[in-house]
Design a protein around this ligand. Sequence first.
Ligand SMILES: Cc1cc2nc3c(=O)[nH]c(=O)nc-3n(C[C@H](O)[C@H](O)[C@H](O)COP(=O)(O)OP(=O)(O)OC[C@H]3O[C@@H](n4cnc5c(N)ncnc54)[C@H](O)[C@@H]3O)c2cc1C
Length: 384
Amino acid sequence: MQSPTPANARISIIGAGPGGLTCARILQRNGIAVSVYDRDPDADSRNQGGSLDLHEDDGQLALRSAGLLEEFFALARPEGQEMRRIDPSGRMLDHHLPGPDETSRPEIDRGQLRDLLLRSLAPGTVRWGRTLRSVSGPTDGPRTLTFTDGTTVEADLVIGADGAHSRVRTAVSPATPRYTGVSFLEGWFDDMERAHPELSRLVGKGSALAADGERGLFAQRGSGGHMRVYVMRRAPVDWIAANGLRPEDTEGIRAHLLHEYAHWSAEMLRLITDNDGPFVDRPLFALPVPHTWEHSPSVALLGDAAHLMPPLGVGVNLAMLDASELALALVHSPTLGEAVRSYEKSMLPRSIDMARRLEGGAEHLLSASAHELEEFERSAQAQP
Ligand SMILES: Cc1cc2nc3c(=O)[nH]c(=O)nc-3n(C[C@H](O)[C@H](O)[C@H](O)COP(=O)(O)OP(=O)(O)OC[C@H]3O[C@@H](n4cnc5c(N)ncnc54)[C@H](O)[C@@H]3O)c2cc1C
């Protein structure tokens, strides 16, 4: 079948995360119609999580193509670039304080980024409460999208921006994410200046990381006086149930952690004992490296759906760069097939290279040596 022109094609994006929304915005800005489907019941139904740093060379570049860079800087927190490395006793090992004009990687709350992108779309672009179950139909299209509510949609191009456990990916690749062996447990703090002044002083205005080789704590300030902490450890994927605990048993989980972190100072342990509300379990998964698939003119993957990696600060940036490159390829190519092929030609080598550098990277977050982690991050983020 002749591959349709992007301007006349029915394009569906699955996933209203940073990748899917960036792609939709750039397509619409260039006169290409698109629909986005997300399983969330509405835009506000889920806490979007913590803070993200958007880098000059990828996340910010994508926002420039989306015409949203100025609005981003109005919301971003350059002071969030402060980074402290602490040891388990609370002693500072390393401190990066951003200069007054430093804007290479300012922070923004994930929720603020999602709102910024959503506001930029034509009303009704995102159809909430639509969970994709499967993609069927011939490789050269059209594809039939079936949702869990029984509804179906025909698409000439389906863009899989549906994250780590993508359903769209199953149409082109049998790969499934594997557990990395490292688990994050998320805790939240509210009203930092008044309710948690000691922790506010310990962490500063950006992030603080401490580790002892086996386990670590990573604290990160957000807007509105909030802070997020990740308790990072090597653990079985089902460690909560395996220890006879339930996810909502905050006190039981805390007692378990205090036993594991027994040799850490009382000051550092406040990051485990003083959080507001329950913990959220976030075991880390990654796709096999390298992850590639047979080209199909009717399916494109971007972001975590294409290349889920350990979270070392590049995931959202790569997702937005992918989104921008795919959207611009659709704007400038005569057919869907040529657009997807030209996008994959740059995205696949870039993501394979980064995935190779970050393979096993979750373990590096637990390294007791500030120097070792720094070296790892430098080599991972160096240009090829
Ligand atoms: C603990 C943790 C911390 C992280 N911290 C950082 C960080 O500091 N910096 C950074 O750059 N990256 C970080 N990452 C990685 C980052 O979150 C991802 O790389 C990024 O969100 C990928 O964007 P995306 O648009 O591809 O997918 P996602 O943000 O995962 O969005 C996917 C969207 O698809 C929707 N969806 C999923 N399945 C379906 C379905 N079947 N049907 C319909 N909709 C569906 C979801 O509701 C969601 O809205 C972190 C990841 C983790 C796990």
